[in-house]
Write a protein of this length. Structure first.
Ligand code: ZN
Length: 184
């Protein structure tokens, strides 16, 4: 089921998420709906806040980016991304590392807006899966960037918080308009 995606100005986007806790049917249904919603919107990631819920649950799929997707390393071995995507991450903890590089990002809650965000090129990730297991991996490139972007959402932070000043100035008028449209 495709869920409505909330836009900048909606208070859910600034709400730090609660840990998921017990994995119930409701959580499984939500994760499935979030994957449908992300894929329908052609996104590479979606956080629960973007469907109006302050919960530490996000989904990611970078496989459409093909050679720009980055890499995923599990137990020291690079794995085939297709085997792991879409990723469903519950209560993820991340440790970004490596060189900080500004790259252009967008966000489904900020339609038609982009800007450069400096982020470390790699991240170590620990998360619970929908099956209740612990998943540990290392990510690079777009996958590492997407995980950092989603992890921010889960804690009420947004990409505009880290955007290069010049790029944020370029979208300032659009942001102002969105806030007016979406503030409750
Ligand atoms: Zn986003």
């Amino acid at each position: 089921m495709i869920l409505p995606i909330v836009q900048y100005g909606h208070p859910a986007l600034r709400s730090p998420g609660k840990p998921v806790g017990e994995i119930t049917d409701r959580i499984r249904k939500l994760a499935g709906d979030m994957i449908d919603t992300m894929s329908h919107a052609d996104g590479v990631g979606l956080a629960a806040q973007q469907v109006g819920l302050a919960l530490q649950l996000c989904v990611i799929d970078v496989t459409d980016a093909e050679d720009r997707a980055g890499t995923m390393i599990v137990d020291g071995q690079e794995v085939d991304l297709v085997d792991y995507m879409p990723l469903i991450l519950l209560d993820p903890e991340i440790e970004p590392f490596g060189e900080t590089i500004p790259e252009t990002e967008g966000c489904l809650s900020f339609p038609d807006m982009q800007g450069r965000i400096p982020r470390p090129f790699k991240a170590r990730v620990t998360a619970r899966t929908l099956e209740g297991e612990t998943l540990n991996f290392e990510a690079t490139g777009l996958l590492a960037r997407a995980i950092q972007h989603e992890h921010d959402h889960l804690h009420g932070r947004l990409f505009i918080d880290h955007m290069l000043e010049k790029d944020r100035e370029d979208i300032a008028a659009q942001l102002e308009k969105l806030v007016q449209q979406n503030a409750l």
